[in-house]
Design a protein around this ligand. Structure first.
Ligand code: SAM
Length: 364
């Protein structure tokens, strides 16, 4: 991160704190998504070898929750026994493309998602019975239909084959319903560390209006709402917003409003409606924020921006833009969300200076 802020962001003055390490550095991932295929006549399930679509058959991934490893072994053996064909990327033939596992680490609830190339799932009932019998904690089996020739894993059609549509996990005092397509941080324990840091950087007193852009299932939103007057969450995936609204009700948090849509459209609309947040919290995907989104943040003139990111390069680029527009990065707190990998999550506090540079720009 120090390298990214100095080299890409050209912001050598910002304080980068030592990384907050994880107490559980192995078997921590609550979400697994592995491709399924054939190799030398055998069914294989695992990660792709780096830079290829060659599946490395995996029995015991050292960073996956043990239940996810159980799911991999069980799905591999049951589809072999029932004769359900893995999908072949080259020919477009076959049924099972990916297997996903999600585990509520605090609740023990488990979801299995089978991504199929067709609506038809042969031996469906037998498959369901086997998974029910052999996966501890299973509460949901979901089929996601993806018939396109694409690298995107999930399809647009999602069918609950058995059990519930969601699993529940806990972060701090809150419970969260998580559906097959919703984003949820993969390391539950470290997510709590990260969210507490974001709340600390938000510097709330109870009187503030806050926007949580790219809010997923409303996790950071609820953490912020306990200490703010009103929090708005913005998220593009509709099922995640449905989960977020249910999560707010289930956790008895009334002072939140969730808006479904693209941040690039929603923020200017909120600006026109006269919404002026005291704090903006932003947690975008790896690509970071579009320039127009950053400009709209600045146009709203919050006192603070808290930027959460899993990609130091796009983060440093966006910090440089915000810096040029009058928001200075003061502190960066890295959190080890992905032990045993080179990835790191960062939480940044930016404060408004007196010289906002955006007023002459026509962006809306
Ligand atoms: C890194 S996740 C953060 C989610 C949430 N803050 C959390 O910690 O669980 C980024 C989220 O942004 C959403 N997203 C991606 N592009 C978006 C866009 N253009 N507008 C709004 N949300 C978007 C994704 O669906 C995902 O839920």
């Amino acid at each position: 991160m120090v390298d990214a802020v100095t080299r890409i962001g050209k912001l050598p003055e910002v304080v980068v704190h030592p990384t907050l390490g994880a107490d559980t550095p192995w078997y921590y991932r609550n979400k697994m998504q592995f491709p399924v295929g054939h190799k030398n006549g055998e069914i294989v399930v695992g990660c792709y070898a780096q830079g290829s679509h060659d599946i490395v058959d995996t029995d015991n991934c050292l960073i996956q929750h043990q239940v996810n490893n159980d799911i991999v072994r069980e799905v591999r053996s049951v589809i072999g026994e029932l004769g359900i064909e893995p999908y072949d990327e080259l020919t477009g033939q076959g049924i099972i493309r990916h297997v996903l596992g999600r585990v509520g680490t605090a609740t023990g609830e488990v979801m299995v998602v089978l991504v199929t190339a067709t609506d038809r799932l042969p031996q469906r009932e037998a498959l369901i019975e086997r998974l029910k019998s052999n996966i501890a904690g299973l509460v949901s089996i979901v089929q996601s239909v993806n018939s396109k020739r694409t690298n995107i894993i999930m399809g647009n059609k999602t069918v609950t084959l058995w059990g519930r549509d969601t699993i529940t996990d806990k972060l701090g005092e809150f419970s969260f319903a998580i559906s097959a397509r919703s984003f949820f941080q993969v390391n539950t324990a470290q997510a709590e560390v990260l969210y507490n840091q974001a709340v600390k950087y938000a510097g709330l007193t109870g009187a503030e209006t806050v926007i949580d852009a790219y809010c997923g299932t409303g996790t950071i939103t609820l953490f912020l709402a306990r200490q703010a007057a009103q929090v708005y969450g913005i998220e593009i995936v509709e099922p995640a917003i449905i989960d977020a609204r249910q999560n707010a009700v289930a956790n008895n948090v009334p002072n939140v409003e969730f808006i479904v849509g693209d941040t690039i459209d929603i923020m200017p609309r909120m600006f026109k409606q006269g919404i002026r947040p005291d704090v903006i919290v932003v947690d975008p995907p790896r690509a970071g924020c579009e320039q127009k989104v950053l400009e709209t943040f600045v146009r709203m003139e919050p006192k603070r921006i808290v930027y959460v990111s899993c990609n130091p390069a796009s983060l440093a680029r966006d910090l440089a833009v915000l810096n040029s527009l009058g928001y200075v990065a003061r502190e960066i707190q890295p959190v080890d969300m992905f032990p045993q990998t080179f990835h790191v999550e960062c939480c940044v506090l930016l404060k408004r200076t007196n010289s906002l540079a955006l007023r002459p720009l026509k962006i809306l």
